[in-house]
Every structure is written in C-alpha cells, then in structure tokens.
Ligand binder design. Structure first.
Ligand code: MG
Length: 317
C-alpha cells in the first residue's frame, strides 16, 4: 500500500533544518530531528529544566500562565495560573525556581514547599520596570535584567511608566541587597554565565526602541562587571532574546523578528564565531538545556516548544 505524501512524517535524518557552519558546532547527531513537543501557546518563554521531576517548566506570557511538560509521557499541564505574566525562569543551586514576573514587577523564588518569596520588587524606593530574565551564580547571587516590556502595554502585563533606568541588577546572596551592574543597555534581556562563571553574556534587544540588537559579554569580577564588549552583532534585521551556554562555553541564543529563514536558534563559539544554526518554523524567544543527560535543547518559539538532542550538554543548573 502506498501512503499519500500528506501522511508522511515531516522528518528526515539528518535533519536538514540544522545547519552546521563550522566543525566546532556540537550538533552531530545523525539520527535526531527537531521535534515540536507542545503547541497552543501565545508566547512561549522562560524555559527551565527540573531534572528531579523530569519536566520542563516554561512561561506562556500573554496567557498569564506557566506550563509543565512531562518528559516521560509528554503530558502537558498548567504549572501556575495566574502567573503574574511571568517571563524568564531559572533555578538556584538549591533547586528552587526563580522567576521574573512582569505584572507584579518583581523577581520571586518558589520555595520547595511551594510558597513564594519576593526577592526584589523595588530599587531605591521605586518599583522595578518588569524583570525579564535571570541567572543564578553558584554563590547564590541572582543576576537579572529589567527592560520593562511588561509595562509597555496590557498584552504581557499592564501599562505603566518606567520609574527606573533599564538596568541589569545583582542581588547579593548574603544581604539580599541589589546593586546595579550595568546601566547602559537600551533593553537588557537574556542573561547567562559561561561555564566557569568568569564571563556573563547579556542581550540588548533595544532595537525595539531605537537601540542595538546584540549580545555583550563582560568579565565577572566578584560583584561587578568589567571590560564589557560586543560579543555578537549579526542579528539584524532580526534580534535575539534569550541565551544559555553549554559546558564547552558555546553560546546558544534565540533568533526571530527578522527574516523567517533565520527563525530559530544560533550557536556561537566562545570567541564569537557563528558556528551553527537551527531553523524553526517560528521565531524563537528563549531556550534551555535539559533531559536526563542535559543534552536535550528545549526551544520556546512563539506558539510552540521544540526539542532537539545535541552532542553537548548545558552548563549550570
Ligand atoms: Mg527575554
């Protein structure tokens, strides 16, 4: 019997939607393809892997909810609703969920018993704009960006004037007190450490407001950043939003808002060379590594979440 073409799966090994540009690109799986593991969201963001629960948690910002996708059986359920229009998520070294909430304009920690602790909602007596993305260092310091997309209008939070510059902050693990670590971004966005935490990568998605579309990298010197320089700036007319590093120091970042042929994920070597692309049918906002071996890349792309096994592992929690 011959099946009609329309019934054949849209999968071929090796997946032609993966584009190696350099031998350093760690995607070498001949028999793995991009999978759409969940769909039906308005704007998927903020993925974080919970290995102890075998699940991915991510945000669906305009729907004011967070979702949970169970790896064992693909079951999808609501993790938290309302979520205060939560955007970026990560975990600290104690396994606690750290979230950037747009509507409530704060960064929170979900304790192991489920209760929520507010880590910060004001700086210098003024409300934060709308925290976007977050990374936790191994010393417990919480580094986050505050561009304020969540107060631009009602879709991802609520309209309000920005009362603070669009800063990058660090919450001290001992005192809990925040300090500004970068104040010259137009719209600071995705943030992530190199595997050794000696460098931190921060996206400026300011193109949406007359600024740049690039990734900057800084040397981490204790509680301060030094030697900021542009790491990658070849995104126009699109831009990147979120990023994560793998254990080899490669920087994986989202791609969208420009040429549809460039939608998906990019991988940059530690020296800034673009070494590979993953093409998705939707613009991508953010990503993380997960799976039992931390070798599965999860990509939040507009209305769907995609996954791909790679020949590498995610760094950090
Ligand atoms: Mg973001």
């Amino acid at each position: 019997m011959t099946l009609p073409i329309g019934n054949l799966p849209d999968t071929r090994y090796p997946d032609p939607r993966i584009e190696p540009l350099d031998p350093r690109f760690v995607y070498k799986q001949g028999n793995a393809a991009i999978e759409r593991i969940a769909t039906g969201f308005r704007w998927a963001e903020g993925p974080v892997w919970f290995g102890d629960h075998g699940c991915l948690i991510f945000s669906d910002i305009p729907n004011n909810r967070m979702m949970r996708w169970q790896e064992s059986d693909g079951h999808l359920s609501v993790f938290r609703a309302p979520s205060n229009y939560t955007n970026g998520n990560t975990r600290d070294r104690q396994g606690r969920l750290i979230s950037c909430e747009h509507d409530s304009r704060r960064v929170t920690r979900t304790e192991l018993d489920g209760s929520v602790t507010v880590l910060i909602d004001r700086f210098g007596g003024r409300p934060l704009n709308a925290p976007n993305d977050v990374a936790v260092a191994s010393d417990g310091a919480v580094w986050f960006t505050d561009p304020g997309y969540g107060i631009d209008g009602p879709y991802e939070g609520h309209a309000a004037p920005a009362e603070l510059p669009r800063n990058v902050y660090r919450l001290d693990p001992g005192t809990g007190v925040a300090s500004v670590v970068a104040d010259d971004f137009v719209r600071p966005n995705g943030i992530g450490f190199s595997p050794d935490e000696r460098k931190i990568y921060i996206v400026d998605s300011g193109i949406s407001h007359g600024g740049p579309a690039h990734i900057r990298v800084f040397d981490v010197d204790g509680a301060v950043l030094r030697n900021g320089r542009v790491f990658a700036d070849d995104f126009l007319p699109g831009m990147t939003d979120g990023l994560r590093c793998d254990v080899d120091g490669n920087v994986w970042c989202s791609m969208g808002w420009g040429d549809p042929a460039e939608d998906g994920v990019r991988c940059y070597a530690p020296n800034g060379d673009l070494i590979g692309k993953i093409h998705l049918p939707e613009g991508c906002a953010n990503l993380c590594f997960g799976g039992r071996k931390k070798d599965r890349l999860f990509m939040c792309a507009s209305t769907s979440v995609y996954a791909l096994y790679v020949n590498g592992k995610g760094a950090g929690p």
